[in-house]
Design a protein around this ligand. Structure first.
Ligand SMILES: *Cc1c(COP(=O)(O)O)cnc(C)c1O
Length: 359
């Protein structure tokens, strides 16, 4: 069966082999006679899936015993609220690095709970870059420093974690989680909605360092929103089918060679695409070169008419979901882990052809 070259920013493309496994198992999961979505989340089949997903994440990220893993609902957007609800008291301050629309939303929610110190903002240059280390100024008394590792809408990405002098890092890693190795020891908390790099929508992975978790507000919080309520148990019915699919994707990531493999693979894909953009002035990257994302490649054409034509003709070549976010315009190709090289090659071939005919 033919599949399109899918550059969707999210929910994003999934490995065909994973979807085929899901297809094969959908009516009768491992001889149980029922689908995984029709059985108890406390029974042996689902318990095994939950365990396996945790083990795979632990291995992939090299997590020690000092971290907890939660599979929660409500998307990254809920984490914008849940993080400060847990950790930020009224008279306290948290640092936020403002690098785009998602950071802004996180800041807005944090302000409901305490003080926000904006360590840096790239808003004045339409979020076309992320700051260098020395551009960020942290309040030394901050509870945590929040940053968005990859800015899905604007196409920028931190090359490495900010150095915070011991202030716990909190990261919205929704759009580059497991796309490369990270130094987990630097983090107090990492969250990622699954639908970019990890699986379908419906589950959010939250990883918290135990000593940071100990500092949350505890029992004064509503149970479902208190991270501590989720330690060591499944508190309520989780999104079992999304977690099942995520577990298949995690298995696929391990099979391919883990985060080191994907770091190289993602770099190869992005280099190919940026190389095509940089060849002359027809295509123009919308971001500063040192901040370019390996996940979301954003660019413009000489006119909006040409952009429209580009999108129409791309579709005829089975290249879909290339329209830029409405706040940026232009073109955005999202090339997460699950996007194959063949799709990037098809896109760059098309871009060359389109430039020859319209440049
Ligand atoms: C997509 C995205 C979000 C929003 O995720 P939801 O699951 O829709 O809440 C937040 N942050 C980043 C970086 C994203 O890419």
């Amino acid at each position: 069966m033919k599949r399109a070259h899918n550059f969707s920013a999210g929910p994003a493309t999934l490995p065909t082999s994973v979807l085929e496994t899901a297809q094969n198992e959908i009516l009768n999961y491992k001889g149980s006679g029922v689908s995984i979505m029709e059985m108890s989340h406390r029974g042996p089949h689902y318990t095994e899936i939950d365990q396996q997903a945790r083990e795979r994440l632990t291995r992939l990220l090299g997590l020690g015993d000092d971290f907890e893993i939660f599979f929660l609902q409500g998307g990254a957007t809920t984490q914008f609220m849940q993080v400060p609800f847990n950790f930020l008291r009224e008279d306290e301050t948290a640092d936020y690095v403002n690098t785009g629309a998602w950071s802004q939303k996180a800041i807005k929610e944090a302000k409901r709970f305490g003080n926000v110190h904006v360590s840096y903002s790239s808003e004045d240059s339409h979020f076309d870059h992320v700051p260098s280390q020395d551009q960020m100024k942290f309040d030394p008394s901050s509870r945590y420093v929040h940053f968005t590792s990859n800015n899905t809408i604007f196409g920028t990405q931190f090359k490495k974690e900010p150095e915070t002098n011991g202030i716990p890092l909190v990261c919205d890693a929704s759009s580059d989680f497991l796309s490369r190795p990270i130094d987990v020891q630097k983090y107090g908390l990492i969250y990622a909605g699954a639908q970019k790099n990890l699986g379908p929508s419906g589950v959010t992975v939250v990883i918290v360092r135990k000593d940071f978790l100990q500092t949350n507000k505890g029992d004064e919080l509503p149970s479902i929103l208190n991270y501590k309520s989720h330690v060591g148990k499944i508190l309520n019915t989780p999104p079992t089918y999304p977690i099942y699919l995520m577990n298949l994707v995690l298995g696929w990531i391990e099979e391919k060679g883990g985060l080191k493999y994907f770091e190289q693979f993602n770099d190869d894909k992005a280099s190919k695409l940026y190389g095509t953009i940089d060849k002359d002035d027809f295509y123009k990257s919308t971001v500063q070169e040192s901040s370019r994302s390996l996940m979301n490649v954003t660019f413009r054409l000489p006119s909006e008419d040409l952009e429209k034509k580009f999108l129409e003709e791309a579709k005829e070549h089975d290249l879909v979901a290339l329209k830029g976010h409405r706040s940026v315009g232009g073109i955005r190709a999202s090339i997460y882990n699950n996007c194959p090289m063949a799709s990037v090659n098809a896109l760059t071939d098309f871009m060359e052809q389109f430039r020859n005919q319209n440049g």
